[in-house]
Design a protein around this ligand. Structure first.
Ligand code: SF4
Ligand SMILES: [Zn+2]
Length: 448
């Protein structure tokens, strides 16, 4: 067969980085998709089929480029990043729990380290985690240069554990151990209401304890939360307490020992709606979701009450619902009375200096749609004869109504804390100059 002719050197100069092969590949793709079976050999011009080991087929660079570009077309950014990060990951070859398991569900440890025979983990979309990893990498890269006296991604041995911990950020001058967390919408809300979760503190306390144990000065812990949706950031600090670090480490070792001894630890998650379970690879097995769906029961019910619940168990669950709905009705009445007190109050922050941060009164706008009215209008029109009924685009939209009410919110815990004690960021030029001076000093002193 004859190969389509490729103009090897265009008559005009190409911009930097653009090669004649690229232009030739573009021309090839312009003519239609490239069939790999029909690519003419670079030496003899014949298709791949007529080649063998003595005369292997040579794909001309323009064809290779055309194939590569066509294959890369439409590849997702996140798919590429996830693949790259997976390939980069080198298993440490160490065993047992790591500091990052601290405060996590104990049964999840069991699933990971001593799974039951019939367990098949479900695949968890790793894109979220990849975004977190990318943030950590960028943080380490950028801030290690800007603050050269700090250590980023510092590996430290943890007493009693086989695996080292990885400290995101450590400042020996301030004695501060930092951990960076990126939060999606749900986690951000949890952190906003109640501060960082227990497992986040437990992990950081163990990291701090490990640093202290290794002789690094440690005075303070800092959890940095970054909202993955908005880029908003909150910092939470606590004084270093070796006893708290040791306690977190003890809990972790106890859970790991339990698993090691073959004991099945309790579930620490509440069920498929719990954020821990939602991101747990064991969720389907742990909560028997398939069997529950078959029985048309909720997974929580199947696990708590069993396949054939006895009367007392059902009555117990029934009484729970009755007691709680009675309490809810009572609370709703009280809420309505309290809300009435706020109606018409000017929006703003009130009692800001109180220990709980006071409250924020806000105007709440809501929109309601008249679907019922719209439905009735259309039904009336539908009954008209064809020649009288107006075309659909003249019927008009569903009527909507905007209304305002007075609402109340709690300022986010971190915002309150920041108002109280976070120093204003220093002017950047001064900080940069200080960083440069320290970098020069460290270089001169032969930094190890
Ligand atoms: S599904 Fe929930 S309770 Fe079960 S192991 Fe995972 S986190 Fe624990
Ligand atoms: Zn050939």
């Amino acid at each position: 067969m004859s190969a389509p002719t490729i103009d090897p050197a265009p008559a005009f100069p190409l911009p930097e980085g653009i090669t004649p092969d690229m232009m030739a590949a573009a021309a090839l793709l312009d003519a239609g998709p490239v069939d790999p079976d029909l690519i003419p050999c670079g030496r003899c011009g014949e298709p791949p089929l007529v080649h063998d080991a003595d005369h292997p087929h040579e794909t001309p660079p323009a064809y290779a480029l055309a194939l590569a570009a066509a294959a890369a077309d439409g590849r997702e950014v996140m798919a590429d990043l996830v693949e790259h990060l997976d390939a980069e990951h080198v298993p440490s070859g160490k065993k047992g729990p790591s500091a990052s398991d601290a405060g996590k569900c104990r049964r999840a440890l069991w699933y990971r380290d001593r799974p039951p025979a019939d367990y098949v983990p479900r695949t968890i979309d790793s894109r979220r985690a990849a975004l977190g990893t990318i943030l950590h990498k960028a943080n380490a890269e950028v801030r290690a240069v800007r603050y050269p006296w700090r250590r980023y991604e510092l590996r430290v041995a943890v007493p009693g554990l086989d695996r080292d911990c990885l400290v995101d950020e450590y400042d020996p001058v301030l004695g501060r151990v930092g951990d960076l967390k990126s939060a999606g919408e749900a986690k951000w809300a949890i952190v906003g209401d109640d501060g960082p979760t227990a497992d986040q503190w437990a992990q950081l306390r163990i990291n701090a304890y490990a640093l202290d144990f290794a002789g690094y000065p440690v005075r303070e812990l800092e959890l940095i939360q970054v909202n993955r949706d908005t880029g908003a950031e909150e910092h939470f600090r606590e004084d270093y307490d070796p006893a708290a670090g040791l306690a977190a480490l003890d809990d972790l070792i106890e859970a790991a020992t339990m698993v090691e001894a073959g004991v099945v630890p309790p579930r620490d998650g509440y069920g498929p709606r719990d954020w821990r379970c939602q991101w747990c690879p064991a969720m389907d097995h742990c909560w028997q979701t398939a069997r529950a769906a078959e029985l048309k029961r909720s997974p929580e019910s199947l696990i708590a009450l069993g396949e054939t619940p006895d009367d007392p168990s059902i009555a117990w669950a029934g009484r729970e619902v009755l007691t709680l709905s009675k309490a809810r009705l009572e609370l709703e009445k009280r809420e309505a009375r309290a809300k009435a007190l706020l109606q018409g109050i000017t929006p703003g922050q009130y009692d800001k200096d109180a220990p709980d941060g006071g409250v924020e009164i806000v105007d709440k706008w809501s929109t309601s749609y008249g679907y019922k009215e719209a439905y009735e209008t259309i039904r009336d029109l539908y009954e008209l004869p064809d020649d009288v009924r107006p075309p659909l685009d003249q019927v008009g939209d569903v009527p909507k109504k905007r209304s305002k009410s007075t609402g109340v919110t709690k300022p986010r815990a971190a915002t309150r804390a920041a108002d109280r004690r976070r120093p204003k960021p220093k002017a950047l030029p001064a900080a940069d100059a200080a960083a440069a001076a320290v970098a020069a000093q460290l270089d001169a002193g032969g930094r190890s």
